[in-house]
Design a protein around this ligand. Structure first.
Ligand SMILES: Cc1ncc(COP(=O)(O)O)c(C=O)c1O
Length: 387
């Protein structure tokens, strides 16, 4: 199957990226800031009442934080290091939520000292830490959701708690002098099944009602997480369809007066803006009669393409070379046999592909630089350019 760049990028955008890329030595990722700006506007238009907290982990490039800060975004932050980064861009502490449920008490204190007052939790120990280190702060509890089967990069099990425990924690939050503020969930990244938001919002409604009726606690906020799609090989519905459906689910459960709604997009804002550019290092076969060729390229699982693990995310791969296609196994440059990106899914690349040819990995603006190893086999981390 050959990839049509125009299914992923407007011709003018790709030509701008390509022109820049032609002057750089591979491997690297180029991220087009205009594309991110449009993705932000698109999300804001589709969810006009929601507050957007960009999940910085998806791409921590300073230029992206600066751009989204200028556009009025808030930020979902996972660590003290991300916190320092966004604060250095002039982001105000009120625009920050500490969304990681796994954190040290001293890191909670650090956030509090910097002025952050909104924290996610999913356990009593973490909640007690927050009560001590960040007294009086707003708490939202993350619940477990279904949907791992239909998400290309599931985030289930490790984060969140069952509904009953969520209610216990919100009641405990009040006892500890915190503000029981809301409920969050994440239905899994690159979630292809929109109905899973329905089930999750239904659980949230139940928590809102029972806390109001049984404990006189009026929650104020729902954090719908991320999970919105990027444009990879496996097709999804457009964002507009996600938004229309999710808004319908919200009104079905909460009527006309919605609580404060937060979105935490990562992938959907930045993935489509990026292109990893790599070079073919070697093309070989394992025997004279072998049907499949191996294509080794100078990026791999350890230089930003970890989401090819279990071939979960299927990036569109484009090359300028034309000609008859043949199935290939695509692998990275390191001495680790796990460094094979695609073997089961049959990518076709031209038979005349040779060392030195470039491969363009489209839609790679999310979770590439942030996942790149620092020095595996001595290879430096993936270079990143924002244009
Ligand atoms: C708490 C939280 N919010 C938001 C996101 C972003 O999700 P996505 O990239 O699917 O939009 C993540 C991703 O890991 C997350 O952990």
């Amino acid at each position: 199957m050959s990839i049509r760049v125009e299914d992923y990028f407007a011709p003018a955008t790709f030509s701008k990226i390509k022109k820049f890329a032609d002057r750089q030595e591979t491997p690297f990722v180029v991220v087009d800031l205009d594309t991110i700006s449009r993705a932000y506007d698109d999300l804001a238009e589709n969810f006009p009442f929601a507050k957007i907290y960009f999940a910085v982990k998806a791409n921590p490039a300073i230029e992206i934080t600066e751009l989204l800060h200028k556009k009025g975004s808030s930020f979902d932050i996972a660590s003290i290091y991300e916190l320092d980064k966004v604060l250095s861009c002039g982001v105000q502490p009120e625009q920050i939520s500490y969304g990681n449920t796994i954190k040290k008490a001293r890191d909670v204190r650090y956030f509090y000292e910097k002025g952050v007052r909104m924290f996610a939790t999913d356990s009593a120990q973490d909640l007690r830490n927050i009560a001590k280190a960040a007294p009086g702060s707003k708490i939202y509890v993350r619940i477990l959701t279904e949907g791992s089967g239909s998400a290309d990069w599931p985030l289930s099990r490790k984060f969140g708690c069952q509904t009953d425990m969520a209610m216990d924690l919100l009641v405990l939050a009040r006892e500890l002098g915190l503000v029981p503020y809301g409920v969050s969930f994440h239905v899994g990244s690159q979630q292809r099944e929109i109905g899973v938001w329905d089930a999750a919002i239904g659980k949230v409604k139940n928590i809102f009602q029972r806390l109001r009726d049984d404990h006189d606690i009026q929650l104020k906020m729902i954090n719908l997480g991320g999970g919105f799609p990027a444009n990879y090989l496996t097709k999804t519905n457009p964002l507009k369809t996600y938004a229309e459906e999710i808004i319908r689910f919200l009104h079905d459960d909460f009527g006309d007066e919605l609580p404060e709604i937060i979105l935490e997009p990562g992938r959907s804002l930045v993935a489509n803006a990026g292109v990893v550019v790599s070079e073919v290092v070697l093309v070989s076969r394992k025997s004279r009669m072998a049907i499949e060729r191996w294509v080794f390229t100078d990026v791999g699982k350890f230089s930003g393409l970890i989401e090819t693990m279990d071939e979960a995310i299927k990036f569109p791969i484009w090359t300028e070379k034309q000609g008859e296609l043949e199935n290939v196994i695509i692998a990275g440059p390191t001495c680790d046999s796990a460094d094979i990106m695609y073997e089961d899914y049959k990518y076709g690349l031209p038979l005349n592909l040779a060392s030195g040819d470039r491969l363009y990995w489209l839609s790679t603006g999310a979770y590439t630089t942030s996942y790149s190893a620092v020095e595996f086999n001595g290879f430096p981390p993936l270079k990143s350019f924002c244009i």
